[in-house]
Design a protein around this ligand. Structure first.
Ligand code: FES
Length: 105
């Protein structure tokens, strides 16, 4: 499915992401700036923060409780915040848009 990453300045990059890939992996493999992912995807660093859009929020897997705890530590969290390493792409996510924060710290 095609996923569009939108950086803080509004630049869009659309990538065809294999099913089963996390949004974090997709961003890192495609040199998308704005995600640090210091822990490599184990859900423990909170430097892979991203925002979904309203219309997609309910269509991906829900945050588990440890992700929800970590999201309280990111800068500028909103109700659309997610850890991108915890969102797995599947076929029904074609067209998903992901916004990146100004900073991970
Ligand atoms: Fe560390 Fe997502 S990569 S929490």
């Amino acid at each position: 499915p095609e996923i569009t990453f939108i950086d803080f300045s509004g630049n869009e990059t659309t990538i065809d992401v294999p099913t089963g890939t996390s949004l974090m992996q997709a961003a890192m493999e495609n040199m998308i700036d704005g995600i640090e992912a210091e822990c490599g995807g184990s859900g423990s660093c909170a430097t892979c923060h991203c925002y979904l859009t309203d219309d997609w929020q309910g269509k991906v897997n829900e945050p588990n409780s440890s992700e929800a705890d970590m999201l309280e530590m990111v800068s500028e969290p909103t109700e659309l915040s997610r850890l991108s390493c915890q969102v797995l792409v599947s076929d029904e996510h074609h067209g998903l848009q992901v916004r990146l924060p100004e900073s991970q710290y």
